[in-house]
Design a protein around this ligand. Structure first.
Ligand code: EPU
Length: 427
């Protein structure tokens, strides 16, 4: 039998108060990989204490690093000689660990990394990572579930990405900083986490032009040095609180985030009838009346973030009117809609579109988290439901949201984590 944790919430209380977001998961994971590029000790501050970081720390240890985690600081001591083979089972458990591919090939000339599978939000290709490395002179093959890449020394190249992939842009950047000559990445991803990575690489001695634009130019250097770097705030966690405030008709101040990272998301909340106040370190969201339905289309940054899609669906589910939500990044992102239906949401999907007819109130029920963001979205939808909602498979939420339940409680919501419930049918 296995033991599972649940998050239990009682709906009907508007969220009120202040919450501070931690550092961005999707930045911290890549910065940990970037540390591999320089022998010595790199220190990261404002790192979220979540399971994905723990797994990434273990990936780095197996490659030969010493990794110390103390509160929100992670110290990574990188030896002169690294093992170019990343642990198969660990890499399979964490999609982001594929980002050791770029730094390891740059440092070791040879790398063997498990091919991460598709996951709960859809199939997730590697072709752009591989094509880019090949253009930089790497020989890449696959065998027994591994990606194996060899290049005694990478050289600069011009790389056109078919799509502004976050992961491919990061891997190629990290490979290019130590390559011979100049690399140009066109149609590069522009996410704030890419800018954070470029800033840290530049502090380490890399020569990068164009971070945050769709054309990044990297002049390779011979060596990099370790640094101390503070991770940017998590815009997806901040956006989750913004939507939660709007959906529950609450009043929440979110700190530790540049509101410029969330321009479209906050604008959607304004269009739904909410009020936003912003300053350099955060924003305040309040909503007094029932929100109006607003259409949402997910796109690469600066478009509406796919990771906030479950929250947009939640807002639409309790809004006045119908709206169209379109997902353009992941083919499986709508998997959680069946769980929203258990809460009484009226949603029809057709391919990558969902039509949501808003209801005044949802109805509490036991539901299951299918991925990190869907899990958080379901908890928040439960806050707008009559009665009790229990969200199972909480380990998904733990991958991205440290202290989710304590944050909810600090915002005045009756929420608890119930541990150890055993499923007698799960033998
Ligand atoms: N893709 C390919 N081939 C490639 C690379 C990507 O077909 O070589 C496709 C993917 O299958 C997907 C799309 O391109 O359909 C976008 O993928 P991208 O590479 O941009 O995403 P990622 O790097 O795998 C990161 C975040 C995701 C976030 C996306 C989009 C991390 C660890 N993950 O994934 O975050 O949704 O960018 O912004 O940074 C999350 O935090 O919950 C999460 C899923």
């Amino acid at each position: 039998m296995c033991s599972v944790d649940l998050i239990r919430v009682v709906g009907g209380t508007p969220l009120a108060g202040e919450v501070t977001v931690v550092g961005a998961k999707n930045s911290a994971l890549k910065l940990m990989a970037a540390a591999l590029l320089a022998p010595g000790t790199t220190v990261l501050a404002n790192v979220p204490q979540i399971t994905d970081i723990t797994i990434m720390a273990e990936v780095l240890r197996r490659i030969g690093c010493a990794v110390e985690q103390a509160g929100d600081r992670v110290e990574i001591s990188v030896p002169e000689k690294l093992d170019g083979e990343a642990d198969y089972d660990l890499v399979r458990r964490l999609r982001a660990s594929i980002c050791v591919l770029g730094p390891l090939i740059a440092r070791c000339g040879q790398v063997k990394v498990a091919r991460p599978g598709g996951d709960e939000i859809g199939s997730r290709g590697l072709d752009m990572h591989i094509d880019g490395l090949q253009r930089m002179g790497a020989e890449v093959t696959g065998a027994h579930g591994f990606v194996i890449a060899t290049a005694p020394r990478l050289h600069g190249a011009t790389i056109w990405l078919d799509f502004p992939s976050v992961g491919a842009t990061e891997n190629l950047l990290m490979a290019a900083v130590l390559a011979d000559g100049t690399t140009e990445i066109d149609n590069a991803a522009r996410e704030p986490e890419i800018i954070d990575l470029c800033e840290m690489l530049t502090e380490m001695g890399a020569a990068i032009i164009g971070a945050g634009t769709s054309r990044i130019v990297v002049h390779g250097v011979r060596a990099l040095h370790p640094v101390t770097h503070r991770v940017i705030g998590d815009r997806i966690v901040a956006g989750t609180w913004a939507f939660a405030a709007a959906m529950t008709r609450g009043d929440v101040t979110v700190r530790g985030i540049d509101p410029g990272f969330l321009e479209i998301a906050l604008d959607k909340i304004i269009c739904a009838g909410g009020a936003i106040e912003q300053d350099r370190d955060g924003f305040r969201v309040s909503m007094t009346d029932r929100p109006c339905g607003v259409d949402v289309v997910t796109l690469p940054y600066p478009g509406f973030a796919t990771d906030l899609l479950p929250m947009a669906v939640g807002l639409a589910s309790v809004s006045d009117g119908s709206c169209l939500i379109t997902e353009n990044i992941f083919d499986g992102r709508f998997m959680f809609i069946q769980e929203m239906a258990r809460l009484g949401a009226d949603i029809r999907t057709d391919g990558h579109h969902a039509v949501v007819r808003g209801k005044d109130r949802l109805s509490g029920a036991p539901v299951t988290a299918t991925d990190i963001r869907a899990g958080a979205g379901l908890v928040i939808a439960g806050l707008c439901a009559e009665g009790v909602t229990e969200v199972a498979q909480v380990h998904h939420i733990d991958r991205g949201y440290p202290d989710f339940v304590s944050d909810l409680r600090s915002l005045g919501v009756p929420a608890e984590r119930v541990s150890g419930a055993a499923d007698p049918l799960d033998m």
